[in-house]
Design a protein around this ligand. Sequence first.
Ligand SMILES: N[C@@H](CCC(=O)N[C@@H](CS)C(=O)NCC(=O)O)C(=O)O
Length: 239
Amino acid sequence: MSKLVFKYFDCYGRGGTVKLLFKLANVDFEDVIVPFETWNEDKAGLGLPLDQLPVLEVDGFTLCQTKAIERYAATKAGLIGKCALTDAKGEMLLETISDVRQKVSVGLMGAVAAQFPTEPNSFKLVDNTQENRDKRAAVMSETYKKMMMEKTADFDKVLSLIQTNENFCVGDALTFVDIQVVSYYIFAKDKHFSYDFEKATPKLFKTAENIINKNPKIKEFVDDFFASGKPCTGLGNMY
Ligand SMILES: N[C@@H](CCC(=O)N[C@@H](CS)C(=O)NCC(=O)O)C(=O)O
């Protein structure tokens, strides 16, 4: 098998979970960082099935779609596929988080649409100066904090249904959902997308801290990411 090649932007975004899973699986991969600045010129030469990132090249085949890549990496790490019921319980929490993210994302777009016009079918600003990008990012950030505090209560509700051990979301060993929760924890401290995670859902917050603090490899990954100062998204840089 040839060395895996992972391509993504220089932020946590949709690539962070995959990188953490590969670290846990001891999988060596080539980490190709695509600069935000030259994305429009570079993308045609990157061999992307849908003109989007991330992608993972596996033995000459290019996987796209984050969920597909994450599940591939989670399988390599032995964190899914052992027990159908455990996986399904984990999915309950992941889908609940995904529902809220979708609603919040629609709300965020609505909050900035009138004030910050974009190019057709794009998130790119018509006035794409750094000053205007920063202004939109600030409005989004405030709206995000407010919406997350109002809409995330279901996370603890679902966690109460599936959790039996405070060190894991489900069961008595690390699973894929725990890794997603670690990524969620990282996002909740982002410059643009931070909010009071602990106050909004104390049970999930405590679980995330337990997962991180009781697994040295995960702790190292999280500490390294925070120390890098990288953002979670391209908001303000790329967009
Ligand atoms: N459904 C895709 C969406 C991928 C996606 O939206 N990627 C963004 C970065 S997070 C991208 O490539 N944006 C650049 C562009 O669309 O020009 C997935 O989950 O992988």
